[in-house]
Design a protein around this ligand. Sequence first.
Ligand code: MG
Ligand code: MG
Length: 254
Amino acid sequence: PGGRMIVLKSAAELDAMHRSNRVVHLALNAVAEAAAPGVSTAELDSLAEELILSEGGKPAFKGYRGFPATLCTSVNDEIVHGIPSPKVQLREGDILSVDCGVILDGFFGDAALSFGIGHVNGVGERLMNVTKRCLDHAVEAVGPGKRLGDIGAAVQTHAEDSGFGVVREFVGHGIGRSLHEEPQVPNYGQAGRGQILKPGLVLAIEPMITAGSWRVKIDDDGWTARTEDGKLAAHFEFSVAVTSDGHRVLGLEE
Ligand code: MG
Ligand code: MG
């Protein structure tokens, strides 16, 4: 259910969204702690679901357009929307991208991160570091009077200067009482272009960066998106509010 309008949130609503995102980050941290060689992505999914329910939330992705799980778990060349499975056992050297959504008290939270299983080779480690830096640069570009294109430009510049690709097919989004609200937030673009950011806007900013081509193919399961060239991908996401004096990353301990 995607709203078509831009919805600005009140201070109380931002606090509620902070709480839903807090549960998302608790789940992501628990998953990162538990992930190890031999652990299946289905086990991580159960762990996240139990934690979300125990915090009074509900998994936001489960049932969304028929998605069957609490987490999206995407391994190595998988970019996003990987489906957790008991058949997918993590191995030393894998890169795992985990995306998690929660609904709590009527508001959605959405965040993602990538991390290595044990020791990860040079390119994989650099890709994850660069993708996190892309998100950090994008967050720095958020503030009242800034423009949507400033965010995409921040991601694209850092990714491409690092020799990596920026996925086009999937973009970030507004978030609030719906998981996907306006506007779309591309990970590419031109600084100084696009709509002006106003206090109360909340954006899920989510760079998806690849070690090679940015082109994507979708598996026969209809969900799993992977790099066309089989090279590694990484994904980080924060839900970020525009505030009167800058920005607030929702769900992080303050
Ligand atoms: Mg997400
Ligand atoms: Mg998202």
